[in-house]
Design a binder for this molecule. Structure first.
Ligand SMILES: Nc1ncnc2c1ncn2[C@@H]1O[C@H](COP(=O)(O)OP(=O)(O)OP(=O)(O)O)[C@@H](O)[C@H]1O
Ligand SMILES: [Mg+2]
Length: 332
């Protein structure tokens, strides 16, 4: 089967461009190297591959044979050409599901007929490449100066993870980390984008503050689990954005409750409603709750976020509803 997919890809993009084909759970991941996306060709290839028996979906990923080197010095304001609105998905605390929320919200906003970009700025634990299925692949560059975004599932994306070796501790600090972030953010050929979602590093440290000051952000979405300890940090996050004049779009309660698949019993593992109450107390908007569910985690790990993999599930609907509120708040 992989050989057949390879042949189809070679017929459309030329055999020297086909880097590899993997088939996982009915999803064909085709990696093309040193060529750029020609949307008509890509659509044709996708159609052919998805017509094969046993393949439900095709992901076509453009990559480059050589990694990019040389970081630039950070500038004063970081302009992102072509992008109309930029929102941050942030949390005061790590591990609350910020990346899962960012990726699914990006896909959900795209479901509302918007052109969406996702930028993974989490220098401490970039997880967008794994969640979108392009882990370990360097971004393509046609001119050696700018990057081509990854394009799949109707969104464009770029991750600081494409420059980082995950097995090594991160030694970038201060200006170096900022230079890398600015370069990836500002030197990627995003094209026309209605909304960019930025997956922020967790916490409220220097990098987070620098990002929220240098990038002209139109709003921040704060993700928290329902329990007190996470909410204390969520309040810190809200206050950080307020201090740099980034409007708070609202709070999302992640891992809000768990419904047993066997008996339907609902358990509030981390408590419930904490984020809603915190939002009320602070005069902020509560955007909605996302339950704790096995298939949210599994799909994120497999590189097919739930909004894409199970668009009709109640979990995808929960993200869609939050996306709708964000779109309304942004006035687009
Ligand atoms: N609603 C959910 N239901 C089930 N699993 C979830 C849910 N949200 C997140 N997870 C899982 O929890 C783990 C942490 O989520 P995620 O990586 O999105 O958190 P994060 O806040 O971005 O973490 P970090 O601070 O490390 O960047 C992942 O394995 C993810 O799949
Ligand atoms: Mg993360």
């Amino acid at each position: 089967m992989e050989e057949l997919v390879k042949q189809l890809a070679a017929a459309v993009y030329g055999s020297s461009s086909v880097d590899g084909v993997k088939i996982i759970n009915g999803r064909a991941i085709i990696t093309l190297v040193n060529v750029t996306d020609i949307p008509e060709k890509t659509a044709e290839l996708r159609r052919q591959v998805e017509n094969l028996d046993g393949i439900a979906r095709a992901s076509i990923i453009f990559t480059a044979s050589k990694a990019f080197s040389g970081l630039r010095q950070p500038d004063d304001m970081w302009m992102v050409p072509g992008v109309k609105k930029i929102i941050a998905v942030a949390s005061g605390k790590g591990g609350v599901g910020k990346s899962t929320t960012a990726v699914n919200l990006a896909l959900a906003i795209a479901n509302h007929d918007k052109k969406v970009a996702l930028f993974d700025a989490d220098i401490y634990g970039p997880s967008v490449p794994a969640m979108l299925g392009y882990e370990g692949m360097p971004p393509a560059s046609l001119d050696g100066k700018t990057f081509e975004p990854f394009t799949d599932m109707d969104i464009r994306s770029m991750s600081v993870g494409t420059l980082i070796d995950k097995t090594q501790p991160l030694i970038w600090r201060g200006a170096k980390a900022c230079g890398a972030l600015q370069q990836l953010l500002c030197d990627t050929n995003w094209g026309d984008i209605d909304v960019m979602v930025i997956d922020m590093p967790p916490g409220t440290g220097d990098i987070q503050i620098t990002l929220s000051q240098k990038v002209k952000m139109d709003g921040a979405v704060i993700v928290s689990t329902p329990q007190d300890i996470a909410l204390i940090d969520a309040v810190k996050g809200i206050n950080m954005f307020k201090r740099v004049n980034v409007p708070i779009l609202g709070l999302v309660e992640n891992m809000s409750y768990y419904i047993c698949e066997k008996c339907g019993h609902r358990a509030d593992i981390f408590g419930h409603d904490g984020a809603r109450k915190t939002a009320e107390n602070m005069g902020e908007t509560f955007l909605g709750e996302i339950p704790l569910h096995y298939s949210i985690r599994q799909n994120a790990d497999n590189g097919t976020p739930i909004v894409y993999a199970e668009p009709d599930s109640p979990y995808a609907q929960a993200y869609n509803q939050i996306a709708e509120k964000i779109i309304t708040r942004l006035g687009i």
